[in-house]
Design a protein around this ligand. Structure first.
Ligand code: NAI
Ligand code: 15L
Length: 268
């Protein structure tokens, strides 16, 4: 049975905007939360993840939580600690206290960003590859995955951790041809993560069925996710502008790309 009422944290962000379209179209009633106002959504809850009471009230009576809120780029350890590490802990505590049984956690490719990208003919990166975070940001996503495992083992709260590639309207560089998660496929993947039975804690990679895929989508497909999009139509233009990825430049040879060398930073 599909969960009906879903709390969407981080609703004001880019992925939040995608899911505010895609999930109601599939019959979900969304409750929205973000530390910023959500444009066009006067009923959204404006609260920080650090606000325990607001979080308890936001979670109360929901069937599931999609947890997107947090710092989505590199930042100081203190900022990451507060928003992503403590914030995700507070979210799970609220879920436990209010009896919510399913979370979908927005993890990231940057939890494994130092894993070398496969070269032509090499096997895709398995979901079981040891984590190699490329930033404090990626480290916080590994923490979130471990927290999800703990809350499953200890409290029976199920989570699908989606290591999102690049969820944007369109890929903006050659690396993202391999990692792109189209808005349409994001809706399909989060819906599958909300509805698949008996997930325990499952980690999946989150991208479209890209021709240049670097990772193994089989654990996502096992949830019932059937990607319909492929970044390849963007390839000719991006390759003409930027050229092929280098085989020696470290910013090109690892999954996390420039996050492993000069990560984009969150404005603090
Ligand atoms: P975003 O930065 O656009 O949105 C994140 C939202 O979280 C923002 O609206 C922000 O105000 C909110 N937020 C930050 N700290 C908060 C706090 N303490 N309390 C409440 N709200 C807070 O990021 P985007 O792109 O929408 O990503 C959503 C999630 O997916 C993030 O967790 C990000 O790390 C993850 N992700 C996104 C990818 C992408 O390609 N867009 C790739 C991999 C992971
Ligand atoms: C992420 O985790 C970031 O939140 C997003 O802004 C993109 O940069 C994405 O990864 C990526 O690796 O392309």
């Amino acid at each position: 049975e599909s969960p009906r009422t879903v709390l969407l944290t981080g609703a004001a962000g880019g992925v939040g905007a995608v899911l505010r379209e895609a999930l109601p179209a599939r019959g979900y009633a969304l409750r929205l939360l973000d530390v910023r106002p959500v444009p066009g959504e006067p009923e959204a809850i404006t609260a920080d993840l650090a606000d325990r009471e607001a979080l308890r009230a936001a979670v109360r009576g929901t069937d599931a939580i999609v947890h997107l809120a947090g710092i989505s780029l590199e930042a100081s350890f203190d900022a990451i600690l507060r928003a992503n590490i403590e914030g995700t802990y507070r979210l799970y505590e609220a879920a436990r206290a209010e009896g919510v049984r399913r979370v979908v956690f927005a993890s990231s490719n940057h939890a494994v960003g130092f894993v070398p990208r496969p070269r032509a003919g090499e096997a895709p990166i398995p979901v079981a590859a040891p984590r190699r975070p490329d930033t404090f940001y990626g480290l916080s996503k590994g923490f979130g995955e471990d927290l999800a495992q703990l809350y499953w083992d200890l409290h029976g709260i199920e989570t699908v951790s989606i290591r999102i590639g690049s969820c944007l309207p369109a890929p903006v560089d050659v690396r993202q041809l391999s990692l792109w998660l189209s808005p349409g496929d994001a809706g399909r993947l989060f819906h599958a993560a909300l509805t698949a039975p008996d997930v325990g804690h499952t980690v999946v990679y989150g991208s479209s069925a890209n021709t240049r895929l670097w990772w193994d989508l089989s654990s996502a497909r096992a949830l019932g996710y059937e990607p319909l999009d492929d970044s390849e139509p963007y390839a000719a233009r991006l390759l003409a502008e930027q050229g092929e990825l280098s085989e020696t430049d470290p910013a090109h040879t690892r999954l996390g790309g420039a996050f492993t060398t000069d990560p984009p930073r969150w404005r603090e």
